[in-house]
Write a new protein. Structure first.
Length: 398
């Protein structure tokens, strides 16, 4: 389905209604409960100010995972990383959620997608791998002709197999550049002079297949645009429409193409959840306009689905005919354009600032989805919760 044609995408949710929240008390720390409406079990896995390691307690304001498009679990789901509020990273058991250990790591580290023992990290001066359990670090690339190395910054991820990443850095001439790096072959690709592009860099990252460099830019008038390059720095796409899409994540589609799934903020699909193919910009409309805020495809071992965080209220959604029928909710949507959805959680979250945003993020096999909530008390402490899902065996569509 090409850009601007959305009827097919909405067929799958034509009979889906808005589900009103039902009041329930905030679960106690590490208490497993069942959502009274959705029937899905979930667990409160953090509690602000709780001691998580000797001498280490989470902040009063929040104790939560990092971001929707950042993998929270390692490859085998034995560890769960809590970055925000923990003065470094607090690691929990990935299935029982009990505190495991703490590391005062402040460099930008992301889980290796296939090696559960490792994270891939960038400091200002080097790319390195890090084994959190042993605290062992191995330098992979430490250039003398680049400084201020950045993993995006913030939103960068490694490729699907963990072999490549994109580094944003400052060269000896003081110019901002981005380049792909092959961790396995220890090979650097040519610089892309992103400092010469219009606007300022929001972030750059490698596509999951390691075929493309994706750069998201902010122009002076607030418009957010996207540039797609080959690893050798040849631009193949320039998406000039504002944030079409953004607040999302990249994945590999069923045909092997790299795609970005996120929220559009431009016509003809403003506020829709869309999928956009990196190689040619082709858009598939996935969900109608609504109060979706962030999309994650960290379910890398169960591709074909994306997890969407919704804000809003019952009155806003019920009073907006044609809008996606979700509010304060986490929903999984199939990215083939069928509109097939699966409700994951009612968050009961009242956003008041960045750290109170839901930022739902699935585990690699999508059996767990982590999300943040202040349980309806705007400005109050934010905890993390994990919804526990079962899935059928993968079908030919997946």
């Amino acid at each position: 389905m090409a850009s601007g044609s959305g009827a097919l995408a909405f067929d799958g949710i034509a009979t889906t209604s808005t589900v009103a929240e039902r009041a329930m008390p905030r679960p106690d720390y590490r208490q497993t409960v069942t959502d009274p409406v959705l029937g899905i079990r979930f667990v409160r896995v953090t509690e602000p100010e709780r001691l998580l390691a000797p001498g280490v307690s989470c902040k009063r304001e929040y104790c939560r995972h990092r971001y929707s498009s950042t993998q929270a679990w390692n490859a085998d789901q034995s560890l769960l990383a809590i970055n925000n509020g923990c003065d470094g990273i607090c690691f929990l058991d990935g299935r029982r959620y009990e505190p495991a250990f703490h590391r005062p790591m402040h460099d930008d580290c992301k889980w290796h997608p296939t090696d559960p023992a490792l994270m891939i990290c960038l400091s200002r001066h080097a790319v390195f791998t890090w084994a959190p359990r042993s605290n062992a670090k191995t330098i992979v690339y430490a250039p003398t002709d680049y400084t201020n190395l950045q993993f995006g910054p913030y939103k960068g991820n490694p490729s699907r197999d963990g072999s490549h990443l994109v580094v944003v850095a400052t060269n000896t001439a003081g110019a901002l550049v981005a380049f792909a790096y092959d961790l396995s072959a220890r090979k650097k690709y040519p610089d892309v002079d992103i400092g010469d592009l219009p606007g300022t860099n929001a972030y750059c990252g490698i596509s999951p297949s390691a075929r493309y460099i994706y750069c998201f830019r902010r122009l002076g008038d607030g418009t957010e645009v996207t540039h797609i390059f080959t690893l050798n720095g040849v631009q193949i796409q320039y998406w000039t429409e504002h944030h079409r899409p953004g607040h999302g994540d990249m994945t590999i589609d069923e045909d092997g193409s790299d795609v970005y799934v996120g929220i559009s903020k431009a016509d003809p699909d403003k506020w829709h959840v869309i999928k956009r193919r990196l190689e040619d910009g082709r858009v598939t409309d996935l969900l109608p306009a609504g109060y979706g805020t962030h999309v994650s495809t960290r379910n890398i071992d169960r591709p074909g689905w994306a997890v969407v965080s919704y804000e809003g209220s019952y009155s806003k959604v019920a009073g907006s005919p044609g809008y996606a029928p979700f509010y304060r909710e986490v929903v999984a949507v199939r990215i083939d354009g069928s509109g097939e959805i699966r409700r994951v959680a009612q968050t009961r979250n009242a956003k008041s600032d960045y750290y109170s945003e839901t930022h739902a993020s699935p585990s690699p096999d999508a059996s767990q989805v982590i999300w943040s909530s202040n349980w309806g008390d705007s400005g109050e402490p934010v905890s993390d919760y994990v919804s526990q899902l079962s899935w059928p065996q993968p079908s030919s569509r997946e």
